[in-house]
Design a protein around this ligand. Structure first.
Ligand code: AP5
Length: 219
């Protein structure tokens, strides 16, 4: 099963993809996490992506698509995965559909997490992430047990450089201009599930799981 998690920056894609991937026992593939890892390793991809990420712009499709298709060809993704942050525009969606088709695989569902803009800004400006396992925390709504330390692996927490207010606004603009058209794309294919993301983390996860069950794609 291949599931896409769609949503504006801060909608909770990473948070929910993490929960859903455990529920479904599928790998969580996050394009943003892959780029941040490449950046930390100062690889060719990381260095090419750096200036776009800092500005809140999309990394060019050729770099992004190559990185994701390589990840999807790894053995743990053969049965499917939960995709977070990819595709981000129609060209990425089309190339992925063609690539999956050649492997006799396909996207089953696209879940859109809807959250009002003021809440997106509140979430991103209070977000902390684990440097080791990437688990997201929020200083108010989901703080770690011990400040600055990941509950899951003990790694140090940090704030993303693109979570500054000016860059958050740029990322939101990019989402509405380039990514939002994907909603119609998946709606036309009968694959789109809309969930109210303006609820607690567990409630949103419950809504996603029950929607997947209702669509007879899960459980
Ligand atoms: P990426 O890492 O994908 O960033 P994003 O889309 O901007 O999304 P975020 O990771 O900021 O938010 P999220 O929706 O995952 O929210 P989270 O769960 O963390 O991309 C970064 C950059 O990489 C892009 O700008 C681009 O440059 C590049 N890139 C990536 N993919 C690309 C692609 N396909 N093509 C080209 N370029 C690409 O939650 C946010 C906070 O809210 C957390 O603190 C969390 O604890 C909290 N929270 C979550 N859910 C709730 C809830 N229900 N209630 C209260 N708080 C909550």
């Amino acid at each position: 099963m291949h599931i896409i998690i769609l949503g504006a920056p801060g909608a909770g894609k990473g948070t929910q993809a993490d929960i859903i991937s455990k529920e479904l026992e599928l790998p969580h593939v996050s394009s943003g996490d892959l780029f941040r890892r490449e950046l930390e390793e100062e690889s060719e991809i990381g260095l090419a992506a750096k200036s776009y990420m800092e500005k809140g712009l999309l990394v060019p499709d050729d770099i992004t698509i190559r990185m994701i298709l390589e990840r999807l060809s790894e053995t743990d993704c053969v049965q499917g995965c939960v995709l977070d942050g990819f595709p981000r525009n129609l060209d990425q969606a089309r190339v992925m559909d063609e690539a999956l088709d050649r492997l006799n695989r396909r996207i089953d569902r696209a879940i859109y997490i809807e959250v009002p803009e003021a809440e997106l800004i509140r979430r991103l400006s209070g977000r902390w992430l684990c440097r080791v396992c990437q688990t997201p925390y929020h200083e108010v709504s989901s703080p770690p047990g011990k400040p600055g330390t990941c509950d899951r692996c003990g790694g140090a927490l940090y704030q993303r450089p693109d979570d500054r207010e000016e860059t958050i606004r740029e990322r939101l603009g990019v989402f509405f201009a380039e990514t939002a058209p994907l909603l119609e794309h998946y709606e036309q294919q009968g694959k789109l599930i809309r969930v109210n993301g303006n609820l607690g983390i567990d409630e949103v996860a419950g809504e996603i799981v029950s929607s997947l069950r209702a669509q007879r794609s899960y459980g």
